[in-house]
Design a protein around this ligand. Structure first.
Ligand SMILES: Cc1ncc(COP(=O)(O)O)c(C=O)c1O
Length: 379
């Protein structure tokens, strides 16, 4: 498929990825339909096995979405009313909803201004006798400072949930994101680094007892993967569809190459953006990001966003409002200024087009357009 130089630069290009895998994916979908193995079919078991092996962890359980993965993780850790769970205010809302749905109270801490990840010093000072868990978000595909956070949480008996929705295959000090804490929660939302053709998610754990609980909650409160009809827990119906698992199985062997392609695109952006007055992504020592998003900081972000889109560069904003100031969390009593680093990042960051197939020409066009905005703003 050729890219016309006048075509807009998309934020992601899922149709292009599909066109390269069309026959293989349609065969996989057809096979599920022919076998009528829509629910807990063999492709799901195979995908879960491969995903667990990839992370060197015993248990991978496919669930209906990344949002469900987080909610199930909080439930499986026995967290509920009276408990506090610490997380960051710059994340997709699902991270925090998982805490609220359990009846526990979300407690926010600020982030590092360079990596946008949880600040371990802020975490330490937010711990109280009610703190039961931390949900770390490996935001934008850069890993959170896991080693420092593990060192703070473990002696205090605080459980660690990793929100790996944006960071599949990212590493921190050699450890794979999602395989370090107690439970790793993944999303296969279509535009994620490994995307399904609909919603999908997965929980990962080394702990046999936690795996059993996760499975029970996800399977209507029944034991294991059976449909016994005996429900000893009030559970949920949260499954990864076999069709989605079959598609993910086709894509999984390409994930390594796609991740490298994202890293190469990031290097190209870094190189071309170095003379512009914008803040590029920073990689912490020992971190190996996977660039789910390539996020920069600019002055007058909203005008920049509008200018880029008017000029055919489909940039996006992640996220337009920090969670502690969302209407749904007014009851928590936070106010503007409580988390100045996250609030400032929220007003200044913009995500540039990033996907494995992005071409050098497309990156050049993004950078040229950004340069045009900077020049216009300076004039
Ligand atoms: C950081 C983060 N957490 C959680 C989620 C929720 O995942 P899902 O859309 O699969 O429910 C997403 C993605 O949407 C995300 O980016």
């Amino acid at each position: 498929m050729s890219v016309d130089s006048q075509d807009p630069v998309p934020f992601v290009d899922l149709a292009l990825q599909f066109s390269a895998m069309d026959a293989e994916i349609m065969d996989a979908v057809r096979s599920v339909a022919e076998k009528s193995s829509f629910i807990r079919g063999p492709a799901l078991g195979e995908f879960e096995k491969k995903f667990a092996e990839l992370h060197g962890v015993r248990h991978a359980i496919g669930v209906a979405s990344g949002t469900d993965a987080l909610s199930l993780a909080v439930r499986a850790l026995g967290i509920g009313p009276g408990d506090e769970v610490i997380t960051v205010p710059n994340t997709w809302i699902s991270t925090v909803f998982a805490i609220s749905h359990s009846g526990a109270v979300p407690v926010f801490v600020d982030i590092d201004p360079d990596t946008y990840q949880m600040d371990p010093v802020a975490l330490e000072s937010a711990i109280t006798s009610r703190t039961k868990a931390v949900i770390l978000v490996h935001l934008f595909g850069h890993p959170a400072p896991m080693s420092q956070i593990v060192a703070i949480c473990r002696p205090n008996g605080i459980r660690i949930i990793e929100d790996v929705a944006q960071a599949l295959l990212a590493r921190e000090q050699g450890g794979l994101a999602g395989a370090i804490g107690d439970i790793g929660c993944f999303s296969f939302y279509p535009s994620k680094n490994l995307g399904a053709y609909g919603d999908g998610g997965l929980v990962l754990t080394k702990d046999d007892a936690l795996a059993e609980k996760l499975l029970r909650y996800a399977n209507y409160g029944q034991s294991g993967r059976t449909m016994s009809g005996f429900h000893d827990t009030v559970g949920y119906n949260s499954r990864l569809d076999t069709i989605q698992a079959a598609i993910l199985l086709c894509k999984l062997p390409h994930l390594g190459d796609w991740t490298e392609a994202r890293r190469e695109a990031a290097v190209k952006y870094d190189e071309l953006l170095q003379d512009l007055p914008i803040k590029r992504p920073t990689t912490a020592p020992g971190a190996e990001p996977v660039y789910h998003l390539y996020v920069v900081q600019v002055n007058d972000r909203d005008a920049c966003h509008a200018y880029l889109r008017e000029n055919g560069v489909m940039a996006q904003i992640h996220y337009p409002m920090v969670v502690h100031l969302q209407d749904c969390y007014r009851n928590l009593g936070y106010k503007e200024g409580d988390f100045p680093v996250a609030e400032s990042a929220c007003k200044r960051t913009i995500s540039l087009p990033m996907f494995p197939e992005i071409t050098t020409e497309q990156i050049e066009r993004v950078v040229d357009t950004l340069a045009g905005f900077v020049k216009k703003a300076d004039a």
